[in-house]
Design a protein around this ligand. Structure first.
Ligand code: G3H
Ligand code: 13P
Ligand code: ZN
Length: 327
């Protein structure tokens, strides 16, 4: 049993309180390898932002859960060595069982998501409650989910979204004891969030539902998954350098900025980072076909991801400048 506090990690409680009061959102970035983790940590250190680094099911099967948790410990050490003062949470993204959540907590994760959104309402409550009881005994915070996002929830495919029903949130939060709640108001996972006709804009997020939820559970931390903007600059670069990404569209940044100023305290971004790295790797392959040192293409990809993260923290989530306040 490893206590996350001994690793220098923090749970999300203080971060979410500050985010609420300061009308910004904490960024939650996914990582699967060293370059992604370096970019996230360096980008957040440079912009003085608190950060949640998160591990999905895909990441665990790609890189190994234990290795990822030791990498997180290394990230804390690196930040200290740099003299940067930012809080870091290691979070399980889309946990799907009690056993998985427990194994993460036992090995040093400071926050877990238990995603029972595909279960019946009562089964979701029972599973979430069980995880909360174990997690809170170890001062680990828990994110639950109500409502279903369209797209791919890890390996769970969902054709259609079911917006979160505001009538259920108060009951769900009080019966489970969760610390934050992921909701469905029109975001979705991946790089193809909407099917648009030429010239058409993405439909706005359902701020009316968010406002209803805020009325039912005032001051409660809300989480937005599927919040990549699918940055057109990187989609265009991918297509310019031999890729084929059609109809890739995401959530406009002004919508996310508005959400960050509300009860939304955590915003999940993964796809935008994937696009930035892929664009720079494709560019390097096209421009330097004789190059075969991975550092020559992973280096620029890491730099692009770092710059993307600084941009998100400063201009979209508003978390930049708040890191040192929370250490
Ligand atoms: O929620 C989905 C995240 O983007 C992680 O996806 O399981 O492919 O790593 P993944
Ligand atoms: P995106 O695919 O929009 O980046 O969402 C990521 C996410 O929600 C991870 O849990
Ligand atoms: Zn997600």
């Amino acid at each position: 049993m490893v206590n996350y506090k001994d690793l220098g990690l923090v749970n999300t409680r203080k971060m979410f309180k500050a985010a609420h009061e300061g009308k910004f959102a904490i960024p939650a970035y996914n990582f699967n390898n060293m370059e992604q983790l370096q970019a996230i940590i360096l980008g957040c250190a440079e912009s003085d932002s608190p950060v949640i680094i998160q591990v999905s099911k895909g990441a665990r099967s790609y890189a190994n859960q234990t290795l990822l948790r030791y990498m997180a410990e290394g990230a804390v050490a690196m930040v200290r060595e740099m003299g940067a003062k930012i809080p870091i949470t290691l979070h399980l993204d889309h946990g799907d069982s009690f056993e998985l959540a427990k194994s993460c907590i036992d090995t040093g994760f400071s926050s877990v998501m238990i995603d029972g959104s595909h279960l019946s309402y009562e089964d979701n409550i029972a599973l979430t409650r069980k995880v909360v009881e174990f997690a809170h005994d170890h001062d680990v915070t828990v994110e639950g989910e109500l409502g279903v996002l369209a797209g791919i929830e890890d390996e769970v495919q969902s054709e259609h979204s079911h917006y979160t029903n505001p009538d259920e949130v108060e009951d769900f939060v009080s019966r489970t004891g969760v610390d934050s709640l992921a909701i469905s108001i029109g975001t979705s996972h991946g790089a193809h969030k909407f099917k648009l006709k030429p010239g058409e804009n993405p439909p706005p997020l359902r701020f009316d539902i968010l406002e209803e939820i805020e009325k039912r559970i005032p001051l409660f931390p809300i989480v937005l998954h599927g919040a990549s903007s699918v940055v057109p600059e990187y989609v265009d670069m991918i297509n310019q350098y031999g890729g084929k990404l059609e109809n890739a569209v995401g959530i406009p940044e002004d919508q996310l900025r508005r959400a960050a100023g509300s009860a939304v305290c955590k915003i999940n971004i993964d796809s935008d980072g994937r696009l930035a790295m892929t664009a720079k790797i494709r560019e390097a392959f096209m421009k330097s076909p004789g190059e075969f040192d991975p550092r020559k293409y992973l280096g620029p990809a890491r730099e692009a991801l770092k710059n993307l993260i600084i941009h998100k923290n400063r201009n979209v989530l508003g978390s930049a400048g708040h890191g040192h306040e929370l250490v």
